[in-house]
Design a protein around this ligand. Structure first.
Ligand SMILES: NC(=O)c1ccc[n+]([C@@H]2O[C@H](COP(=O)([O-])OP(=O)(O)OC[C@H]3O[C@@H](n4cnc5c(N)ncnc54)[C@H](OP(=O)(O)O)[C@@H]3O)[C@@H](O)[C@H]2O)c1
Length: 327
């Protein structure tokens, strides 16, 4: 499989990675059997997928633990990305050491700040991350959910930033106008998350009311949805119109909508890897077909065109959760 390099780090990863948020099981994604995690991780490695994305915050560390069990004797074949929740320079090291313990490893390949924190001086966070890198606890420094101003400030500290992890899918294209070009210009790789908008881009839902509350809290939905906290009107009608148009293209291509959605995102210049939350072997098998499918220039153009009105309506704010944390 073609590998892609994460910015200036020299670390090479597959264009599709395994999103491990559900691993370990918890309130958000429900139960998750270790046998499924182990089967997915091994089959992914066998197929040439080498990147696994987790975080200390996923299920209180159980995602990292479940990934460690799954990778057991094959840790050296994997590139592991994990994240520190708070970039507090006085506690990053202990959080990193706790992640290493849960991951049963002595190094993290890419260690990311999960969300920016405007209350904490980025110079101090980056200095501490650089020390962790010098001490060999981490191979590369990454950030996640950093907007144009936040990424610029982080880069201005002089730290070498390998990747920025950002939400990117057919219904969430906010990074395209400014953030994606900045990352390309600065040679910061992009790890795109939620390529299926948590299952919505599989086409399984006919209306917003069918979508479980945890997956209908994004800015696409009305703020009065149970778990939404963004204070916006949403764009539910437009989102379902767009989904219908995407469905027509996937039918014409004779492939599932999920495959089209992942392939479209993977094909965008500047995207290093798309992280797909993969819960079992059936989903992995389906998603691996993406590797054999490259959308034509016409298909990409059609998808760009039919999703453009939603992009315009929702604007260039890449925080699809609360709308307030990325700038
Ligand atoms: N940095 C951040 O702030 C951030 C935020 C969000 C996510 N992430 C990362 O990105 C990863 C991916 O995002 P995500 O898991 O939230 O969303 P996603 O990848 O858009 O959706 C994943 C969900 O889609 C369903 N799915 C996957 N493949 C499928 C297939 N072939 N057919 C039908 N359904 C399928 C599965 O749900 P069911 O089996 O339950 O239906 C799966 O859990 C996460 O695991 C995490 O590592 C990072």
């Amino acid at each position: 499989m073609e590998m892609r390099t994460c910015g200036k780090s020299g670390i090479e990863i597959s264009p599709m990675g395994i999103g491990c948020w559900s691993y370990g099981g918890g309130d958000y994604w429900g139960p998750q059997a270790q046998s499924d995690v182990t089967a997915v991780a091994n089959a992914a490695l066998d197929a040439g997928i080498n990147f696994f994305d987790t975080a200390e915050g996923y299920n209180n560390g159980r995602s990292e633990e479940a990934l460690a069990v799954a990778l057991k004797d094959r840790r050296h074949e994997a590139i592991i990305g994990t994240k520190v929740s708070r970039p507090d320079p006085t506690t990053i090291r202990e959080h990193c050491e706790a992640s290493l313990q849960r991951l049963q490893t002595d190094y993290v390949d890419i260690y990311m700040i999960h969300w920016p924190d405007d209350e904490i001086a980025i110079e101090e966070s980056m200095a501490e991350l650089t020390r962790l890198q010098e001490d060999g606890l981490i191979r590369a420094i990454g950030v996640s959910n950093f907007g144009v101003e936040q990424l610029t400030a982080a880069l201005n500290t002089g730290a070498s930033i390998a990747v920025n992890q950002l939400c990117y899918n057919l219904l969430s294209r906010a990074i395209e106008p400014e953030l994606l070009p900045l990352c390309r210009e600065q040679n910061v790789g992009i790890l795109g998350y939620m390529p299926l908008l948590q299952g919505i881009l599989t086409g399984q839902y006919k209306s917003a009311d069918e979508i479980p509350p945890v997956h209908s809290r994004f800015r696409h939905f009305r703020d009065d949805r149970e778990q939404a906290s963004h204070g916006e009107e949403g764009a539910e009608e437009e989102m379902f119109e767009t989904l219908e148009a995407i469905r027509e293209i996937s039918e014409a291509e004779q492939i599932p909508m999920s495959r089209l959605a992942i392939a479209w995102a993977m094909a965008r210049p500047g995207i290093t890897c798309m992280l797909v939350g993969t819960r079992n072997i059936n989903e992995l098998t389906q998603n691996l077909h993406v590797i054999e499918y490259t959308p034509s220039a016409d298909v990409i153009e059609s998808l760009d065109t039919i999703t453009a009105p939603l992009l315009e309506q929702m604007g260039a704010n890449p925080d699809y959760f609360t709308g307030a944390r990325i700038h």
